[in-house]
Unconditional design. Structure first.
Length: 618
């Protein structure tokens, strides 16, 4: 059995692996980049080695430094997690050639499944149904166009080396084909260094169904049922669930057996996922589910499978890598209830999902669900790595129960000043069509208007903000004065500033209780800076959490209270903007220094102009 394990990864997956390793009594070694020294995964490992500067190519992708760290610390094995080097066959070979155990798929299987065209050819030979399309060597424009015409539109062009949702173009007509081909090739070269493409019939009403498989070195292969990952944005998974809604027992048996057959065809060992695309226009039918690709590693969404099977997949990986047989036989595995995972990202849905970076000054996760996260309050979301803050995983006896818990969990997320997609997740999980199980990969785009929270505060938020600024004691007039309930509720109008704008709010009885921290209100997964009218309130303007002080509206800078180099404290007024006779004070979102001044007093500014830049105290 492996007794020491180096984790060649970071963040939530590194922590996740460390957790299981510790439970199994295995010594853990973290490797980290120069900027990750303070991250929880580094602290939680028994030992840690700094392997290079922040850019992944100099640290988490540096095979040399990682293997050297393993040698130096006497690690027995390396777990690559997902992403980074996890599907790099040369790295897998180097690890084993160095006398270390690779807790991953055999290099040969990674290679067989690494390129999408080769993988599909292999699957065709093994009798696995694949999406109809063109996988040929002839990559000339003329040939590809001819093949696309023959397949019939819509067609999907895919980079053979593609991954992570990149290098894909849907083409709806022959006329569009040349331009789409050119742009797909450009993206493929830039991202993967390989411009070759394949063509696939674009499946309508597509659902992403994938099957978790596991093999051992004794020739056993089992599946751990399916997951539905149809809720995607730009071909990237956002919400995953297990089992798949609408999957009947015989369809499940067929697709899961196909997955086992696919894994056997490449002598698979360890954890892997067979991804299928389903034409769900008439529900899930076995003859309309095709092999898409195999991911030869642990998958981001593996926790939903763990939740419904009660198994620890990282433990299985370690057992298999140690040469042990799979802990359970197929007939010992069963599905218990329903599970959902929502990926909480540092991004702002209201600005087209722009990534949001910065310090997590306030971070609170909901209770009662599994939260896999790589960060804690005070950590930084940097632009160097994946912007995922956490995965929220909820389990329930039924799909409705799992969805209700997931939605509640997303709504309960509190993050500031980094922006997140929490409210977007909550809205998605609450959406009637999602609850009805009518999902496909176009769901998010189709319902975007319902799912993206409005840029203006909702009435619920205004009520909560107004309530929160009521004078204390006596705080909440509705609960302290019991006489109020006898007749029609009285009204009380007060002014409040929310998200940088002033509002008059007629307080109503029975509003939401406000969860607030230092001038920020958290409700329904949203986060709003608020305060009494015209007062400075903590927090920058929406969408800017990185110390950029931004004009929330077009207007004139009528006062600048600070200059370059000044020290400021959180909440300190920095500038006043006037527009349409309304004044707005902008305050410091955190303690720090004015590192740059970008405007002069009396300047006219447009909405979104950066007035000055603050640098926070480290
Ligand atoms: P899964 O297929 O397991 O659901 P994803 O496809 O979302 O997961 O991505 C798997 C891993 O690869 C994640 O860690 C993600 O951060 C990483 N990843 C995805 N795209 C890229 C990319 N373009 N560059 C680097 N890492 C990526
Ligand atoms: P990646 O390696 O980037 O994960 P995939 O081949 O797994 O690429 O495809 C990613 C996503 O693109 C799928 O989950 C699905 O939503 C969509 N997709 C892929 N192939 C098709 C297809 N033939 N028809 C419709 N949608 C597809
Ligand atoms: Mg995929």
């Amino acid at each position: 059995m492996i007794d020491s394990l180096l984790i060649a990864n970071r963040g939530e997956i590194a922590r996740r692996i460390i957790r299981t390793a510790k439970r199994l009594g295995i010594r853990t070694i973290a490797v980290h980049s120069e900027i990750d020294g303070d991250m929880p995964f580094v602290r939680e490992a028994d030992e840690a080695v700094c392997i290079g500067p922040a850019p992944a190519k100099d640290s988490y992708l540096s095979a040399d430094s990682i293997i050297e760290a393993a040698m130096r610390t006497g690690a027995k094995a390396i777990h690559p997690g997902y992403g980074f080097l996890s599907e790099n066959a040369e790295f897998a070979e180097r690890v084993t050639a160095s006398g270390l155990i690779w807790v991953g798929a055999p290099a040969a299987s990674i290679r067989a499944m690494g390129l999408k065209d080769a993988a599909k050819k292999r699957m065709i030979a093994a009798g696995v149904p694949v999406t109809p399309g063109y996988l040929g060597e002839d990559q000339s424009d003329e040939r590809l166009q001819r093949e696309a015409d023959a397949i019939g539109y819509p067609v999907l062009i895919k980079a053979v080396a593609g991954g992570g949702g990149k290098g894909m173009r849907r083409v709806d007509s022959a006329a569009e084909f040349p331009a789409s081909l050119a742009s797909c090739r450009r993206e493929a070269v830039a991202a993967f260094g390989d411009e070759r493409v394949l063509l696939e019939k674009y499946i309508l009403s597509p659902r992403h169904i994938e099957v978790q498989v596991f093999g051992d070195t004794h020739g056993n292969v089992v599946h751990l049922f399916e997951r539905d990952c149809s809720l995607q944005r730009r071909h990237q998974k956002v919400i995953e669930e297990a089992p798949a809604p609408g999957m009947d027992a015989s369809t499940r048996e067929a697709v899961c057996q196909t997955a086992v057959q696919a894994a056997r065809a490449v002598d698979y060992v360890g954890a892997g996922t067979i991804e299928f695309i389903a034409d769900a226009s008439e529900g899930l039918r076995a003859d309309r589910i095709w092999f898409m690709e195999m991911n030869t590693r642990l998958q981001v969404e593996h926790p939903v499978t763990e939740a419904i099977t009660g198994q620890d997949l990282v433990e299985w990986q370690i057992l298999v890598a140690s040469g042990e047989p799979l802990p359970l036989r197929q007939e010992q595995l069963s599905i218990n209830g329903w599970a959902m995972e929502a990926r909480l990202y540092a991004e702002n849905p209201s600005t087209g999902f722009l990534p949001s970076t910065g310090r997590l000054s306030h971070l609170k996760f909901p209770e009662g669900v599994r939260v896999d996260s790589g960060v804690e309050e005070g950590n930084e979301i940097s632009a160097y790595y994946d912007p995922m803050i956490a995965k929220l995983i909820a389990h329930g006896a039924t799909r409705q129960e799992a969805a209700r818990r997931s939605a509640g969990a997303a709504a309960g997320v509190e993050v500031w000043p980094v922006r997140t997609n929490a409210a977007f997740l909550a809205r998605t999980l609450d959406h009637p069509d999602f609850r009805a199980g009518t999902v496909d990969t176009g769901f998010i785009e189709r319902h975007a208007a319902d799912l993206i929270p409005p840029a203006e505060p909702s009435e619920r938020v205004l009520q909560a903000a107004a309530r929160a600024i009521l004078p204390k004691p006596g705080g909440d007039i509705w609960t302290t004065g019991n006489g109020f309930r006898m007749n029609a509720p009285p009204s009380r109008e007060i002014g409040v500033e929310v998200g940088g704008a002033a509002y008059r709010v007629e307080l109503r009885y029975g509003g939401e209780p406000a969860v607030t921290d230092a001038g920020v209100l958290f409700l329904d997964g949203e986060a709003w800076p608020f305060g009494p009218p015209r007062a400075g309130y903590a927090g920058g303007s929406a969408g800017h959490s990185d110390g950029a002080i931004v004009a929330p509206m077009p207007g004139r800078v009528i006062a600048l209270m600070v200059a370059k180099g000044d020290r400021v404290t959180r909440g300190q007024p920095l500038a006043v903007i006037e527009a349409m006779k309304m004044e707005q004070t902008l305050s410091a979102p955190f303690d720090g220094v004015v590192s740059e001044m970008k405007v002069l007093a009396e300047a006219q500014v447009v909405e979104g102009s950066v007035l000055m830049q603050l640098e926070g105290d480290q």
